[in-house]
Write a protein that binds this ligand. Sequence first.
Ligand SMILES: [Zn+2]
Length: 198
Amino acid sequence: MGWRTEDGRHEGHLAPMFGDGQRGRRVTGGSVPHDDVVVGDEVQRADGSWTWPTRPAGEVTGWVVCCDCYSNTPFGPASSWIGPVFTRVPSKTLENLAARRVFAADDEVAYACEREDVQDAAVGLWRSEHAFGIDALTEVGAAAAAAAQAKLRLDAAVALARHSGASWADIGRAAGMARQSAQERWRGGDGAPAGGGA
Ligand SMILES: [Zn+2]
């Protein structure tokens, strides 16, 4: 299973990786031996039966955090992101998820991606090194909208104060700025913001 961002535009997952860089598919069970890893699309044999191309799990050197990044269009992945690698170690005692070291016997290689503790570590890396940037941009958008709202509120408050007879010195003091700065910023329309500026 993969992990999706809330907007559905990023789907991360772990993939077995071979020493030469080839990545395995998340296909297990059925006709695929437990100690093999699927590396391509299903193909039809001469006798009409179907089979998956595989490589021996013994050649897998690790697992890589990947992401299919979709654009706004519905036409498939727009790009792929390749993230950090979990290195395969030869014994359980050498395993250390924080250091990205995972142990898996040959018949467990294809399933290591689904291990809950491995998934947790991988999701954390996917978020922090790739998708977190997207979440942060959402936060920038929300903060910018709040700042625009605050500016409108301030402009309205200044206009009201002017209509109520407050001086530019009073308004400047209340707004935490010099009289002249307040006057230059809002004098345009008797309290409305002066033209130009932003
Ligand atoms: Zn992505």
